[in-house]
Design a protein around this ligand. Structure first.
Ligand SMILES: NC(=O)c1ccc[n+]([C@@H]2O[C@H](COP(=O)([O-])OP(=O)(O)OC[C@H]3O[C@@H](n4cnc5c(N)ncnc54)[C@H](O)[C@@H]3O)[C@@H](O)[C@H]2O)c1
Length: 394
């Protein structure tokens, strides 16, 4: 019987995913002292002491700001996420946000809620009051999508189908995303172009140093008066005082956000949701199925897919004996590993090595069992962060 893998599960992770962990191989709970892997959703684990036994961390979601990714890279620990698993959920709520702003629905709902049911002529009050909430339609309006990743692409396509004129800006768009986009989506050359040309602007970029305060006092000056800004990306991609000033001056008609902040709380032109973008049963299930599959494939086979700090490295198991190693991305490590393997008389069956940033990752399949001393010798090579011997689980 192979050793059991222990998984520390932080937060509520959909049961459908956890059910993919076979009980004869895995045990999981909310309190594991020496876990092999951690599954987490939104909890911030920067201050958590992460056991040296941890070989992988998976975020059942897209962003990984709540995980100490840099520290994990230095330990040779991949941090997985679930790109795209919640994209449809965010797309639907972003469209809802645009409709709420265009039809003044938040204020209209407040109005209805404040009506007195004891009032004899409620119908007259409704007919008199509704004029204040007359809106505009989305069809024919211009939409600027900032960030054409998994979410931005879905929104761009849906907005085209709603009859909007759509422009997108993404200097790092992937080939896959570009292929998936409708040809009717126009390509903007800059963020400024998006801001100048769109009456609805929606943000779908990750929070990075380069995107912090992406929407700020300077570029809000370019926005057409009465525009709507939608932020389902992250709180800090906008400069809050600048957005407040733009709302007060009428430059922005509405700011719809998934990130309520004290400075904009109860502002009459702000509609804020409590970080609901990915909160659907379907998204949670998709995320959990995806990350559990990734964690299993990594723990059992060493394969890496969708880690934010590791290259994708994946090989079918042709031979039963595999060494998986992570190392600092410096010269001469693979040759030292190969010579340790050759010295032990092991024949290399297949090998794959890739690097990403400071980390390189190698899968090395050999034709016969690997002695502990060989693994120890590889672990001793300068620059090696992590080595695992992974005989195939029958
Ligand atoms: N509100 C929520 O609950 C919720 C849920 C999921 C994701 N998100 C946020 O949405 C973001 C996008 O998610 P995704 O799945 O589409 O990610 P993604 O990685 O598929 O796409 C992000 C895109 O942004 C682009 N980008 C980066 N910097 C840019 C810039 N300065 N200008 C224009 N484009 C830029 C990238 O090239 C990439 O194509 C996530 O990083 C996360 O912060 C929020």
């Amino acid at each position: 019987m192979p050793e059991q893998f222990q998984i520390l599960v932080i937060n509520q992770i959909s049961e459908k995913g956890l059910a993919m962990l076979p009980p004869e191989l895995y045990s999981w709970s909310r309190s594991v002292e020496m876990p092999d892997a951690i599954l987490v959703r939104s909890s911030d684990i920067h201050s958590l002491e992460i056991s040296p036994t941890v070989k992988a961390i998976a975020r059942a979601g897209a962003g990984t700001n709540n995980i100490p990714v840099k520290a994990m890279s230095a330990r040779g620990v991949p941090v997985f996420n679930a790109p795209g698993a919640n994209a449809n959920a965010v797309k639907e709520l972003t469209l809802t946000a645009m409709l709420m702003a265009s039809r003044n629905l938040a204020r209209a709902l407040d109005f209805v809620r404040a009506l007195d049911p004891a009032e004899p002529d409620m119908h007259t009050a409704i007919e008199d009051g509704k004029k204040a909430f007359a809106g505009t339609e989305l069809a024919g309006q211009s939409l600027g999508v900032v960030g054409l990743g998994k979410i931005g692409c879905l929104i761009a396509d849906a907005a085209i189908k709603l009859g909007m004129e759509v422009r997108g800006f993404d200097p790092g768009i992937t080939v896959e995303a570009a292929w998936s986009l409708s040809s009717q989506v126009k390509k903007a050359q800059s963020l400024d172009e998006i801001l100048r040309s769109s009456t609805y602007i929606t943000l779908h970029v990750p929070l990075l140093d380069a995107t912090r305060g992406l929407i700020n006092a300077r570029n809000l000056e370019l926005v057409q008066p009465g525009s709507v800004l939608v932020n389902f990306a992250r709180e800090k991609v906008i400069d809050e005082p600048a957005v407040r000033a733009a709302l007060d001056s009428g430059r922005l008609r509405a700011y719809v956000s998934d990130f309520p902040t004290p400075g904009l709380h109860r502002h009459p032109k702000v509609i804020a949701f409590p970080h609901l973008g990915a909160s659907t049963a379907e998204a949670e299930e998709n995320c959990s199925l995806m990350v559990v599959a990734q964690i299993r494939d990594f723990l059992e086979n060493g394969n890496v897919e969708n880690a934010v700090n590791f290259p994708n490295v994946s090989m079918p198991r042709e031979s039963a004996y595999r060494i998986a190693l992570a190392n600092s991305n410096v010269p001469n490590i693979v040759s030292q590993v190969s010579s340790a393997v050759a010295k032990a008389g092991l024949n290399i069956h297949n090998m794959m090595n890739k690097s990403q940033g400071d980390v390189a990752y190698t899968l090395l399949d050999v034709d016969s069992p690997v002695a502990e001393s060989v693994v120890a010798e590889i672990a001793g090579v300068k620059g090696i962060l992590n080595v695992r011997y992974l005989p195939r689980l029958e």
